[in-house]
Ligand binder design. Structure first.
Ligand code: FES
Length: 354
């Protein structure tokens, strides 16, 4: 399956995407996913760093070169069947490939666009998370759970943040994100240094493959840190739509001071059209603080005794990679099928991504 670039060829690679019937060029500097997104193709993706498998697609013809070996992520059967990760694949100059993309027909499709936004508010939520509110110059449509990339003009690399509110049909001009201060992160260091209200940001979105799949199964939602944003958006939209699925929502934080938006969660729970259970779990709360709620790692509470019908739930997980990886292992052991678990890993600045 893997090939090497033909030295000396100046021709870009060519990519045909089925079943969309789209033909695009792929430059030597681009991944297959990058080329597709920059050509305006709504290619399924989320993490862009080879961990979420949202960009998994099947190579029907031609050869690709792996940027990072995806045999660690894809199974032997998938590799044998020709599956690759588009975010981790390049096309050699002059090479022609055909990829088959698994498009979920229920997946929301919104045109990705770039616009300018002014910061209208920067509201502290915890000691290291702020709610960043923007007013953009044209309505942006997105699905609850998706994200946008934002950057001020003086910073080259955009950072991606999930929309923290349910979208309005037809698009929104007012956007909100939960932004966590990441040590060494250029954007958050700038943002947290002083009030940036009135400053302009470039906004590109929407992106990501985290959205609520319609199904009758009960829900399990797990969020950690600023991973609350997409889960809150997803719950708010579902509550608004009258989704009547039993829901259990576990929110992991370090201390009581790291819990936020509890009033919004309570408001969603009170109008949820089915049983709704919210369980905040604190990992570093001082023993003498008077906290009588759950203590430990949020993943320690993914057990049948804490979550009824655990094996039959559809999981939606958002937060730091160790939390997601631990939750995936626990859910797999509990019998939850892989296809029923969706997640969005929030990486910190050291990972140079989300
Ligand atoms: S693995 Fe490619 S977008 Fe996540």
């Amino acid at each position: 399956m893997f090939g090497f670039f033909k030295r000396g060829s100046k021709e870009p690679g060519r990519l045909r995407i089925e079943p969309l019937g789209v033909d695009i060029e792929v430059l030597a500097s681009q991944s297959v996913l990058q080329a597709a997104l920059e050509a305006g193709v709504d290619f399924p993706h989320s993490c862009k760093v080879g961990t979420c498998m949202a960009c998994r697609s099947r190579l029907l013809s031609g050869k690709v070169k792996a940027i990072r070996d995806f045999s660690y992520v894809l199974s032997a059967e998938e590799l044998k069947a020709g599956y690759i990760l588009a975010c981790q694949a390049k096309v050699a100059p002059g090479e022609e490939i055909t990829l088959e993309v698994d498009i979920d027909s229920r997946r929301p499709h919104f045109h990705q666009m770039t616009c300018q936004g002014r910061i209208t508010a920067q509201i502290p939520l915890t000691h290291d998370i702020v709610e960043l509110r923007l007013q953009i110059d044209q309505p942006l449509e997105y699905a609850a759970g998706q994200y946008a990339a934002v950057r001020p003009a003086h910073i080259e690399r955009a950072r991606e943040y999930s929309f923290a509110a349910a979208p309005t049909p037809g698009g929104d001009r007012a956007l909100g994100f939960f932004v966590r201060l990441t040590p060494g992160g250029q954007f958050t260091t700038w943002l947290f240094a002083e009030s940036r209200v009135g400053q302009m940001l470039e906004v590109t979105g929407p992106g990501g493959d985290f959205w609520l799949r319609p199904a009758p199964a009960p829900l399990l939602l797990v969020a950690g840190g600023s991973g609350l944003a997409p889960v809150l958006a997803l719950l708010e939209e579902a509550a608004r739509a009258g989704v009547a699925r039993d829901a259990v929502f576990l929110f992991g934080a370090r201390t009581q001071g790291d819990l936020y938006k509890l009033d919004a969660i309570e408001a969603i729970g009170s109008r949820w059209a089915a049983p709704f259970q919210f369980l905040p779990v604190l990992s570093h709360e001082p023993p003498d603080s008077g906290w009588t709620g759950a203590r430990g790692l949020v993943t320690e509470f993914l057990t049948a005794s804490h979550v009824a019908q655990l094996a039959s739930r559809h999981g939606y997980l958002c937060g730091p990679p160790p939390m997601i990886d631990a939750a995936l292992a626990v859910l797999a052991a509990a019998g939850v099928a892989d296809r029923d678990v969706h997640y969005d890993k929030f990486l910190d600045a050291s990972n140079l991504s989300r």
